[in-house]
Design a protein around this ligand. Structure first.
Ligand SMILES: NC(=O)c1ccc[n+]([C@@H]2O[C@H](COP(=O)([O-])OP(=O)(O)OC[C@H]3O[C@@H](n4cnc5c(N)ncnc54)[C@H](OP(=O)(O)O)[C@@H]3O)[C@@H](O)[C@H]2O)c1
Length: 175
């Protein structure tokens, strides 16, 4: 059965996007080899993204590196939105509520991961007790402002348990 994983590349001060959704800072940090990202990519069965991510800044737009994993992910994508586009988008299913999106993304993922992209959607998955794992890649930059990797002002702790033998920042969510 598919597990649900939130992955993100985060600035050292905790942001996954800069002010106004700026993602230009990410490009130089994706240049080198990253065995953990490769391992993740080969285990992603579907992507569940928020519309903020789907419609957000992509410095690679218009190139063959556009999209998730620098354009190397080619599987099913589910986008949560209250505003689906009038015209279909190839390979993308637009869904209007979290439960349906999770059900469809899990079914599509088989026994691989549903990779959640977008802090807002990840937070909803945590709130619903649905998120299984979190994987964070760090970018050596301070952005100072933007979209936080996790934002719940006044909220309670979310306990994360390191996965035995795992050297990356890859954790199980403990409810
Ligand atoms: N650094 C990284 O690794 C990384 C990875 C992914 C994304 N990002 C960046 O993070 C930013 C996006 O994150 P985010 O947290 O702002 O947004 P997000 O989670 O990607 O998307 C939030 C949007 O999704 C829709 N949505 C969410 N929950 C819904 C629900 N239950 N039912 C229907 N629609 C729902 C809403 O859009 P509607 O208004 O359309 O309804 C909502 O505004 C972007 O700037 C993106 O580039 C960074």
């Amino acid at each position: 059965m598919a597990r649900i994983l939130y992955s993100a590349t985060m600035s050292l001060d905790g942001y996954i996007a800069g002010p106004g959704g700026d993602m230009s800072w990410l490009t130089e940090h994706l240049a080198g080899e990253n065995p953990t990202a490769e391992r993740l990519l080969s285990n992603v069965g579907s992507i569940l993204a928020g519309n903020g991510t789907f419609g957000g800044d992509d410095p690679n737009r218009g190139t063959d590196k556009e999209g998730a994993f620098g354009g190397r992910y080619h599987g099913p994508v589910f986008v949560l939105t209250h505003r689906p586009p009038a015209r279909p988008v190839a390979g993308v299913t637009f869904v209007g509520d979290l439960d349906s999106a999770i059900t469809q993304a899990k079914e599509a993922a088989g026994d691989k991961y549903v990779n959640v992209l977008g802090a807002n959607v990840a937070k909803q998955c945590i709130k619903a007790g649905l998120l299984d794992e979190i994987l964070v890649f760090f970018a050596p930059v301070l952005l100072g402002d933007g979209v936080r990797m996790f934002d719940r002002p006044g909220g309670s702790h979310v306990r994360l348990t390191p996965i035995p033998g795992e050297t990356a920042h890859w954790y199980r969510v403990t409810y």
